[in-house]
Design a protein around this ligand. Structure first.
Ligand code: IVH
Length: 688
């Protein structure tokens, strides 16, 4: 180190401390108190300055710097961590009588001791434990199986309501437990974006929160806008109590609030069963007005010193219990059934019902899934449907209100022809639903395929939303995906379309036309695996397309493969293989692929040949790796002249084993005497 950098470092240290304090304060006010103290512009400027300084002086960058909120670090695998104190679950019940029993049992066990309860919300998210030492967040771990969880610290640091540094008085070493929830509005916006990108939406906020915490890219997690609701402070029994708040659960949560945690204000100290019951009844209705999901109420003995005397059952404490809300159900008349046509021609019946208030929203439509569902449920004309809303946002039809059935009501008829193009519907043997076979003439199928083709995970052609695609189709300019590649500027400029009320739906001007044509041109560089996904073959998703592309390397090999050969690809079952086979042997699809090939799209994998050091040696890859994903390491082997096989045999030269390698593979390798090498051994081998 030279003399000058030592001189420089002091002002930098000072400025970093100033910026950190300022940004922390702005964040705190914004996320905890809903108050913006500066403009976004000013905030970004300060953050940028801090990022730059930390880049210049990495030795001064704290792991809890507010710059970690935006993420950017990549988690290759999540380290398994044993909880210092197991994360217990709670006894839970749907029955109020059992809550009454719990209360009287607790009172009996505690005899003359004076005590109270706390009632609070049971957050419906993902449980995590946060360890703080000397006021700094040092580790975040998921509940996992209660004994061992995953280290998700990097992702947790991006959640604004998880304090990175604590304020005021705090115990020197403790764990804050709580639930990570995905607020409804953020979740819905995120799911809408997923659908627009051609991704499967998440079923509920809980699953989405869980998936987000396990993202490899923490910057992606930062975008998800998750929230942490603290519900428990885990302290060693001899912990100091400078504020005098730590002897009750209620006090601990107040202390946590002062330390900078987000603690929901909906917590009440209750003295008896009537107060507990009132709290439960209130929230059973009011829960839908909350910005996030809850699935019940948690009741805890408030006085911490009584917890030890009440003790534990096999897996949950005797001093707490959870009351779970039942799903809300209503009965409402079915008015009609409409039928939607998906991009693969699948018909989805949808119930149009008399609008009814259920769980915080008006419900008037719900899926009836397919013809099988309607038959099994035996839906008759004039029926009223039972609709339920559980933790999920999407209402479900769960049955028929038999008391309202009209005598002699006839089963609802199912359509025989496509509601969009009139073609006769097909129902293949063993299939639960119908589909419209008119793939070349049925508008929603054609536009649906176009939408899928241009979506982000497929060809990523920006600037072509549904309205514009519908316009291009209705004007006769684009009838299939290959037509996109012969569009001209003259055709596009000045296009306009209107809806039934005469309002403009879509239009394209000069700049828009240039952008569209550029994006279409750029899509010619999209790799084969995404082109394969973009074709929209039924059951071939993003991952399946990747595996097929890696396995066959080009479309010609796929076209000449038998169903059995297609099914040999990992995760491709017999049914999918048959669909792929039929798709590729349909003359119309062959012609389409030819036209796309002529337009310049990629139908082979790029074979990047880096070296020949692996000299045709055969590798079997198993387990999880720290530097590569499994697909990446397989590609790496091939780029260096090696071969990859899926099963161990006498021809295997090496088994490349990551963490959690399957025991069967291990046994087989040992039996055949195949050397098992680690990721590090492998890298050394390649470097040599
Ligand atoms: S207290 C020993 N309080 O519910 C006490 N848990 O089986 C441990 N949960 O997975 C938990 N909201 O993650 C507690 N206000 C709350 C809660 C809560 C949600 C979850 C918790 C656990 C499950 C209980």
């Amino acid at each position: 180190m030279d003399l000058f950098s030592n001189i420089d470092i002091e002002p930098a240290r000072k400025r970093i401390a100033e910026l950190t304090a300022l940004i922390d304060q702005y964040n705190y006010e914004y996320y905890m108190n809903d108050r913006s103290l500066v403009s976004d512009f000013e905030f970004d400027k300060l953050l940028r300055e801090l990022i730059d300084l930390e880049r210049q002086y990495p030795e001064l960058a704290s792991p809890n710097s507010p710059t970690k909120r935006v993420g950017g670090e990549v988690n290759k695998s999540f380290k398994q961590v044993t909880h210092r104190f197991p994360m217990l679950s709670l006894g839970n019940t749907y029955s109020i009588e059992e809550i009454v029993d719990f209360e009287s049992r607790t009172r009996k066990l505690l005899g003359d001791t004076e005590f109270s309860y706390t009632c609070e919300l049971k957050y419906d998210g993902v449980a995590i434990g946060l360890t703080y030492r000397h006021g700094q967040l040092v580790q975040a771990v998921t509940r996992g199986n209660g004994a061992v969880g995953d280290d998700i610290t990097t992702n947790a640091r991006t959640i604004p309501t998880i304090p990175l540094r604590l304020h005021g008085d705090y115990p020197d070493d403790f764990e804050a437990r709580g639930e990570v929830v995905y607020p409804f509005d953020e979740f819905e916006a995120f799911n809408r974006q997923r659908e627009a990108d051609g991704d499967e939406p998440f079923a509920n906020p809980r699953n989405a929160a869980s998936g987000s915490l396990k993202l490899q890219d923490s910057a992606e997690c930062a975008k998800r806008k998750l929230q942490f609701c603290m519900y428990f402070m885990m302290l060693p029994s001899n912990a100091d109590d400078p504020t005098g708040l730590l002897s009750t659960h209620y006090g601990r949560l107040q202390a946590a609030l002062q330390m900078g945690f987000k603690v929901q204000p909906y917590i009440k100290e209750c003295r008896n069963i009537e107060e507990i019951r009132a709290f439960i009844d209130y929230w059973d209705n009011a829960r839908w007005s909350l910005p996030f999901a809850i699935d019940g109420i948690v009741i805890k003995v408030n006085q911490v010193k009584l917890w030890d005397s009440l003790g534990l059952t096999a897996k949950s404490p005797r001093w707490a219990i959870a009351y779970k809300f039942k799903a809300q159900q209503v009965s409402t008349p079915l008015e009609s059934i409409s039928f939607q046509v998906g991009r693969t021609g699948i018909i989805t019946p949808v119930a149009n019902m008399k609008p009814v208030w259920l769980g915080g929203t008006t419900v008037k439509r719900a899926t009836l899934v397919n013809a099988d569902f309607i038959e099994k449920m035996d839906i008759r004309e004039g029926d009223s449907l039972l609709v339920e809303k559980g933790g999920e946002i999407i209402p479900k039809v769960v049955g028929i209100d038999m008391q309202k059935r009209q005598p002699g009501a006839r089963p609802v008829p199912y359509i025989t022809n496509c509601p969009e193009c009139g073609a006769r519907l097909v129902r293949a043997d063993g299939e639960a639903g119908h589909y419209c076979p008119n793939q070349d003439g049925c508008p929603p199928q054609i536009v649906g395929r176009l939408e899928h083709f241009v979506s982000r995970k497929a060809m990523n052609i920006d600037n072509l939303g549904s309205e514009r695609l519908e316009m291009l189709y209705s004007k006769g300019l684009v009838r299939d995906v290959a037509d996109l590649y012969s569009l001209t500027r003259e055709q596009l400029v000045g296009l306009e379309s209107y809806d039934d009320d005469g309002l403009r739906r879509a239009s394209i001007q000069d700049k828009g036309a240039d952008n569209i044509l550029n994006a279409i041109d750029k899509s010619k560089d999209v790799p084969f695996e995404r082109v394969l996904f973009a074709l929209g073959i039924r059951y071939v998703g993003e991952v399946g397309a990747k595996k097929l592309a890696r396995y066959f390397k080009n479309i010609d090999a796929m076209m000449s493969a038998s169903v059995e050969e297609l099914a040999a690809v990992e995760d491709v079952g017999e049914k999918t293989a048959t669909f792929i086979y039929d798709y590729l042997h349909d003359e119309r699809h062959r012609q389409l692929i030819e036209r796309l090939r002529k337009a310049g799209l990629k139908f082979t994998t790029a074979n990047i040949h880096v070296s020949n050091v692996l000299n045709e040696k055969v590798f079997v890859v198993s387990g999880v790796f720290s530097r590569f994903s499994r697909e990446e390491i397989k590609a790496h082997i091939e780029q260096h002249g090696g071969k990859v096989s899926s099963s161990i045999s006498s021809k295997t030269d090496y088994v490349l084993a990551g963490e959690k390698m399957g025991p069967e593979k291990l046994k087989k390798a040992e039996k055949l005497g195949v050397p098992i090498i680690s990721e590090d051994d492998y890298l050394k081998m390649v470097q040599e």
